[in-house]
Design a protein around this ligand. Sequence first.
Ligand code: FAD
Length: 454
Amino acid sequence: MNDSMTRRKLFQILSAAGLGPAFASRVVADESEHKAKKKPEIQPIAVEDKPRYPAFIRDGKVIQPERPLPVFQETDVLVVGGGAAGWAAAVSAARAGAQTMIVERYGCFGGLWTGGIVLVVISTHAMENGQMTQVVRGVGGELLDRHAKFDNAIVNRGETKFNPTTDPEATMFIMDEMIQEAKVKTLFHCWATDVIMDGGAVRGVVFDSKAGRQAILAKVVIDTTGDGDIFAAAGAEHVQRLHAIGLVHRLGNVDRADQAALKKAGIKSLGAIEPQPSVRWVNLRGPSANGLDINELTRLQFEHRLKIWNQVQKQRKTPGGDKLFLLQTAPQLGVRTTRLLAGVHQLTYQEMREAKKFNDVVAVGGAQNAKTPGWPIPYGALLPKKLDGLLTAGRSFSMDDKLIEDGRLIGSCLTTGHAAGAAAAVAVKDGCKLRDVSIPKVQKLLREQGAYLG
Ligand SMILES: Cc1cc2nc3c(=O)[nH]c(=O)nc-3n(C[C@H](O)[C@H](O)[C@H](O)COP(=O)(O)OP(=O)(O)OC[C@H]3O[C@@H](n4cnc5c(N)ncnc54)[C@H](O)[C@@H]3O)c2cc1C
């Protein structure tokens, strides 16, 4: 930013227009202002003298010594993983009055939706009683609605439209806004690595961060890591699947490309539309691989980035494509499916096709093309068979293999997340186990929070 329009000046103008608070609660001076004011940025701070418990080698084995862990906080509901599902769970639980925390390994909410640049929210609608009906309502529906306040933040949203595409920065901004309004205590840049058990129940998690290893104690834990990290660590029954692992990228200057010339040269598509007319997002399916294998993940990260780079270079050298550029490869690799909970009820593709009704319905999945009926999702699909103190939601809920392509879509992640958050809040309020929670109370709360249950 040059001297004639510093960030501070920009915020002053925005504040005068009443838009300041939406953009910054604290104005941070930019580089040029720091130099001008000669204010020292680099200051000494005391080095903390913490007890250390380094691992050591004994008899050729690496041993981790026993050690006490500082308890960062105790809370009613702890959500681990801030993707579409975890974010919705946290907002719902907090709005219902539960003291709620969320721990996320990266620096933003949205998971694959924003960090994986998967921008089209599929399965927002279904055909109910001959009418195209929005099934992603409640906190997820409100999140989509709030995009409409901003220019170029959402497309394909409206009375007769379904499966909107959102701008990732707008989505992250609104997710921040709603989570802060709900007063959810958030910890970014923290990776949950283990569970704290009390008999057969989860009582919290151990997490790692730049501040070292610490614990959070909770009455209820919701595992929305997508990969079931927490229910696996707690020993809940589950299965694991390989699936295609890809990497999404974004192409810039698409509006300045000569698409007719590119088509003539054999480049038929530049990707899928985004709210920003100059940008397209480009999906890459990738090979079937193990999303929990760090060697595989590293290999695919290298391979996909190389492939994308070469592809864009080729496009740039094609007549009509010289203005195109690689705007971004997604910060998160596109892992579709890994662990799936073995829940009290495993929802099947057949049940989805029949739109089977369940007494414990807590969400309704949408149809990819909005032309078939919505499919009820029972609470039992979020609840482990035996493990207490934990629910899951999003792409790891209990489903058979054929249902994965529908169950993992962002729409279902938003609604199952909402359901898990509401159930957790009711269990905490009533002081009961998650498997004994009053389903009518959960359904009532969900409806009060705007959810669609059929
Ligand atoms: C390439 C690709 C294309 C897709 N295309 C579409 C599409 O077009 N439309 C559609 O609707 N869906 C699509 N999907 C599916 C959809 O994007 C995901 O299934 C959905 O976003 C998953 O949401 P989630 O909240 O369940 O999990 P995730 O988005 O995976 O979120 C999990 C969150 O938990 C965090 N986390 C993980 N482990 C830990 C830990 N141990 N501690 C702390 N935090 C942790 C992660 O950082 C992440 O933020 C696609 C998926 C992929 C990979």
